[in-house]
Design a protein around this ligand. Structure first.
Ligand code: SAM
Length: 224
């Protein structure tokens, strides 16, 4: 399988669709081999624009969603980033590519087996130095390394968890899918240099639910 040819083809499609826009994000997509972040049985589909199962009822997001969220977050060299929902580790690798070598990504995952999977994938792809995978409930953020320049939540949340806006640096940015279980809107939250928080809607989206203290509760999850 010629993965680099397939990767380039997908990147060109995402550029044409207008979801991949800035040269440095396009470059990050060129550098990170998505085939190393999907389960072996799905490798051939690594460059189809679709979410894929990674086990435990979870998914690696579609490349177009990763592109939209990354463009909205505007990661910069040297940034300290928190990602909530490590999953396969792919989004964390894209962020690492954009912030390295001085920056760092902390990616928190609530399912220990997936945290280990993300860590293995990141190691194989050469990103372990720039990403720390943590096991825990990221709906409450990760206060020990706060404040963060940017925060990205890659699971659907019923609201904007207060600890996340608290852990965001003034001048920072948070992207998070907010809404109901089966449909959300990607919210872009900014905290200006005077620490005033404002937000706007980006695109409609569908994510697996954020669980934990500030996520969806058991009775809601039973509806899935
Ligand atoms: N960013 C991932 C990637 O690149 O593969 C995809 C994330 S997947 C759509 C959502 C992930 O969020 C799942 O792995 C799920 O276990 C995790 N998750 C859900 N609630 C969480 C929480 N409270 N804290 C941390 N991770 C959570």
């Amino acid at each position: 399988m010629n993965y680099s040819r397939l990767r380039e083809k997908l990147i060109n499609e995402l550029i044409k669709e207008g979801v991949l826009r800035t040269p440095k994000v396009i470059n990050a997509f060129r550098m990170v081999p998505r085939e190393l972040f999907v389960n072996e049985g799905f490798r051939e589909l690594a460059y189809v624009d679709s979410p894929l199962p990674i086990g435990y009822g979870q998914t690696i997001s579609a490349p177009s969603m990763v592109a939209i969220m990354t463009e909205e977050l505007k990661p910069a060299k040297g940034d300290k980033i928190l990602e909530v929902g490590a999953g396969s580790g792919y989004q964390a690798a894209i962020l690492a590519e954009l912030v390295k070598p001085e920056g760092h990504v902390w990616s928190i995952e609530v399912i220990p087996e997936l945290a280990a999977y993300a860590e293995r994938n990141l190691k194989r792809a050469g990103y372990s130095e720039y990403v720390t995978v943590v096991v825990g409930d990221g709906s409450a953020g990760l206060p020990e390394n706060a404040p963060y320049d940017k925060i990205m939540v890659t699971a659907a949340s019923p609201g904007i968890p207060e600890p996340l806006t608290k852990q965001l640096r003034c001048g920072g940015r948070l992207v998070i899918p907010v809404g109901r279980l089966h449909l959300q809107v990607l919210k872009v939250v900014t905290k200006d240099l005077k620490c005033q928080v404002s937000m706007r809607d980006s695109v409609p989206c569908v994510f697996v639910p954020l669980v934990g203290k500030y996520g969806f509760r058991e009775p809601d999850l039973k509806l899935l």
